[in-house]
Unconditional design. Structure first.
Length: 243
């Protein structure tokens, strides 16, 4: 498990392609690798990877399966690429963000970057059906960082966009300052929100059954959708990376 509080930025030192997988060698910030062991988990841009070798202090090797390379941005990494990293949470450690599994749900895309004074705003698009799990003031993980959704908008086809506002400290500790329009990002949905939404949808389906299509048509005439009937309560609390 991870907390979503990025602990630094690692740099890709080398890549080696083998049958069915690619090996990555990462250079971590000074001190990041202290006590790190082979078999330990590290979130790399939000993707949970296992340490396979420790060639030097603050360096580690990871094997990435072909499916992971295909479904994430890890397949596009080259020597010199920078990624967010976080070591696995320890028992009893403070969770400054929100619990993350390190399993990416979907790829989002940066569609707008704004820079008001002392802030940095990223707007990211998500495909259907993932926007049904994104709500203003709720949690979301982008490239392994726990963030608070500032605004969100769903379209009738189930797609949509959301915005996050980033403070200078978040930009210092992550790669978000490098992201430009068109950049792909990893998104992990907050599991508690997903369970809430899916439970409500299942209950509606069970109770209403054949009436659901008619209800959806009626809501559509009013510019609404079923997803808008199941908005969970806004989640409170914010960490430094949930600005």
């Amino acid at each position: 498990m991870f907390t979503g509080i990025v602990q630094g930025v690692a740099q890709v030192l080398a890549l080696q392609d083998r049958s069915g997988l690619r090996s990555l060698r990462l250079q971590f910030p000074t001190g990041f690798g202290e006590g790190l062991e082979i078999g330990a988990s590290v979130a790399c841009d939000g993707v949970c990877l296992t340490v396979t070798a420790l060639p030097a202090p603050d360096q580690a090797d990871f094997d990435v399966m072909q499916q992971t390379l295909t479904l994430t941005t890890l397949g596009a990494l080259v020597p010199g690429s920078r990624i967010n990293v976080e070591r696995a949470a320890r028992d009893g450690a403070e969770i400054g963000g929100h619990p993350l599994s390190g399993h990416v749900d979907v790829m989002g895309q940066v569609v707008e970057v704004r820079q008001p004074e002392n802030n940095h705003v990223l707007r990211m698009a998500l495909p259907a059906p993932w926007m049904r799990y994104v709500f203003a003031k709720g949690y979301i993980a982008v490239n392994g960082a726990s963030l608070t959704v500032a605004q969100a908008q769903r379209e009738r086809d189930g797609s949509g966009w959301f915005e996050v506002w980033l403070i200078p400290e978040t930009l210092r500790m992550t790669t978000f300052g490098d992201k430009t329009v068109g950049a792909a990002v990893h998104v992990e949905i907050d599991r508690s929100t997903q369970v809430f939404v899916d439970t409500v949808r299942a209950a509606l389906d069970e109770k209403l059954g054949p009436l659901l299509p008619a209800l959806e048509r009626l809501l559509a005439q009013q510019g609404l959708s079923l997803d808008e009937l199941q908005n969970p309560p806004a989640q409170l609390g914010a960490a430094s990376q949930k600005a």
